[in-house]
Design a binder for this molecule. Structure first.
Ligand SMILES: Cc1cn([C@H]2C[C@H](O)[C@@H](COP(=O)(O)OP(=O)(O)OP(=O)(O)O)O2)c(=O)[nH]c1=O
Length: 196
């Protein structure tokens, strides 16, 4: 279970992140951040994920300056062949992403940032999980995309949903793949509460 030092605000519209926090015993206020998620040229997956997590958390924390709250931001990207896959723009983009992941091992990176709204202190970190996906044929990809599940998810799949069938194995934290690495959140909450 997580034990935040102050009430938590989730700076995210992701229902998966809310579910994971609830699973860990926390009922956060939800205040999605409105940030531009396009990848700047030269960004690495790690710098992008952590940078966006910080931007999301700091934007929401700015609206609560001085309040005794902890704001959590996160960003998840899928990486294959060094290429960053965010959320697909449409069904064709989703099908392209799934074809790129078919029969391969890729990795999922989630950046997490916590901001103490009272002091402005920010801590961040990232988690990485390798995911091995079995071969998917074109007809199967089309059927999966038609369910709509891939469209709001990085890499165009949900390991917690229908795509569980496609995943042969993972190396690393499962909750990271779903969108919020709970063991990392625990470490960061302790860091935020500890000496500077
Ligand atoms: C790889 C993978 C991603 N995802 C989801 C988690 C995230 O919601 C989403 C990645 O997009 P993000 O941009 O990280 O998050 P978001 O747009 O959903 O929410 P916000 O920006 O407001 O924080 O993909 C899954 O649900 N299952 C998976 O297996």
């Amino acid at each position: 279970m997580l034990r935040p030092p102050a009430p938590l605000v989730l700076a995210s519209a992701s229902p998966r992140r809310l579910d994971l926090l609830r699973q860990a015993g926390v009922e956060p206020a939800v205040e999605p951040a409105d940030v531009d998620e396009t990848s700047p040229p030269g960004a690495t997956p790690e710098s992008l994920a952590v940078g966006l997590a910080r931007t999301k958390a700091q934007e929401v924390a700015a609206g609560h300056a001085g309040e005794d709250l902890v704001v959590l931001g996160a960003d998840t990207v899928v990486v294959v062949d060094g290429r960053i896959l965010g959320k697909p723009t449409d069904a064709d983009d989703a099908a392209r992403m799934l074809s790129a992941l078919s029969g391969r091992t890729h990795h999922v990176v989630t950046g997490v940032a916590l901001v103490d709204a009272r002091t402005g202190r920010t801590v961040d970190g990232l988690a990485r999980t390798d995911v091995r996906m079995r071969h998917l044929d074109a007809e199967e990809v089309a059927a999966y995309v038609a369910t709509g599940e891939p469209l709001d998810k990085a890499g165009a799949y949900g390991i917690q949903g229908l795509a569980a069938v496609f995943v042969e194995g993972i190396e690393g934290d499962y909750t990271n793949v779903v969108g919020l690495p709970l063991p990392l959140v625990d470490v960061l909450l302790r860091q935020l509460d500890g000496p500077a």
